[in-house]
Design a protein around this ligand. Structure first.
Ligand SMILES: [Zn+2]
Ligand SMILES: [Zn+2]
Length: 318
């Protein structure tokens, strides 16, 4: 993958800083005063809807790596859920992620972990590379998605969609889930909005960022590949299976990141279920050769040099 010339420039992103700062502030200030169990249930529900269906199933394993084939309605639904995570539209997210795989842990990696934990976690969003900030540049990293008008719509209206979603939760909380006998329940409306939008988004930001930071610093280099990616069980659980990140970097197209029975991979459970139901086709599974190579790597001491084949870089038709 050839980078756009502007990759060497970056600019302080007021947009990212103000948006992410405001989301954190409202979550921190509002979480306790507006705690209700209904609000908490809203948080859990949309943590899964946006984080698992949207980001890990949709943006990541489906649209970035084409690890399986899904019908168009499901691609669109998953992309909408991913856009609700407010981590960028599908074209920006996928483009950035493909650059990460193509240049992992090098100066060309957008969240290069060798520049430190802070940079890979959040700093890269503060000083944002110009090739990832401007649509005319980053669209070149996901040309397959630019052809889809619905994805371009999601790209352009990410914040508007979030506002409509938040107002819907506010209205539902005040009426359908109201705890007052008459009138509009403002406390429940605020509870469902604060927990369903702001607390959920803050938690999801950090879990996603941890895949870039923690899962590139702490854990097991199980496959002895030449980058810093790690298998990290804690992130594996919290990020719906994405924490088996060394497995993923070794073979990016495998739709299953937890290759072994004990490596909990919630997104894989979803993919497998949909495959059994006949919704998904052509699911790319871990090969026995990959698993055997990992076992051999574990036995080899000292650490073996990289055995990563060139085709481990996600091809996905690029
Ligand atoms: Zn990575
Ligand atoms: Zn990936």
């Amino acid at each position: 993958m050839k980078l756009r010339p502007s990759w060497q420039q970056s600019e302080f992103s007021w947009r990212n800083v103000l948006w992410i700062g405001a989301v954190h502030l409202i979550a921190l200030v509002g979480a306790i005063p507006y705690f209700t169990w209904t609000g908490f249930a809203t948080f859990i529900l949309f943590y899964y809807v946006t984080g698992m269906i949207g980001i890990t199933f949709g943006f990541h394993r489906l649209l970035s790596h084409h690890g399986f084939h899904a019908p168009r309605w499901l691609e669109n639904f998953a992309a909408l859920c991913g856009t609700l995570a407010c981590q960028g539209g599908p074209i920006n997210w996928v483009g950035t992620h493909r650059v990460h795989h193509a240049y992992s842990d090098t100066p060309r990696d957008p969240h290069d972990v060798t520049k430190g934990f802070w940079h890979s976690h959040f700093g890269w969003l503060v000083n944002l590379r110009c090739d990832l900030a401007n649509f005319e540049d980053y669209k070149h990293y996901a040309p397959d998605l630019v052809k889809r008008p619905f994805f371009v719509f999601l790209e352009n209206y990410m914040i508007h969609i979030q506002v409509v979603f938040g107002l819907s939760l506010f209205a539902l909380g005040g009426t359908v889930f109201a705890n007052v006998p008459v009138g509009f329940d403002y406390h429940m409306a605020m509870s469902m909005t604060v927990w369903g939008v702001f607390v959920r988004m803050t938690a999801m930001y950090h879990i996603t960022w941890c895949v870039n930071s923690v899962a590139h610093m702490f854990g097991d280099n199980a496959n002895r590949i030449g980058d810093h990616s790690k298998n990290n069980a804690v992130i594996g659980v919290l990020a719906f299976g994405e924490g088996w990140h060394n497995n993923h970097h070794a073979h990016a197209r495998f739709a299953r990141h937890g290759w072994r029975w004990w490596q909990l991979d919630q997104t894989w459970i979803m993919i497998r279920t949909l495959e059994i139901l006949g919704v998904l086709k052509n699911v790319v599974r871990p090969t026995q050769a990959a698993i055997d190579a990992q076992k051999r790597g574990r036995l080899a001491k000292p650490q073996q040099p990289s055995t990563r084949p060139q085709d481990a870089v996600p091809g996905v038709g690029l």
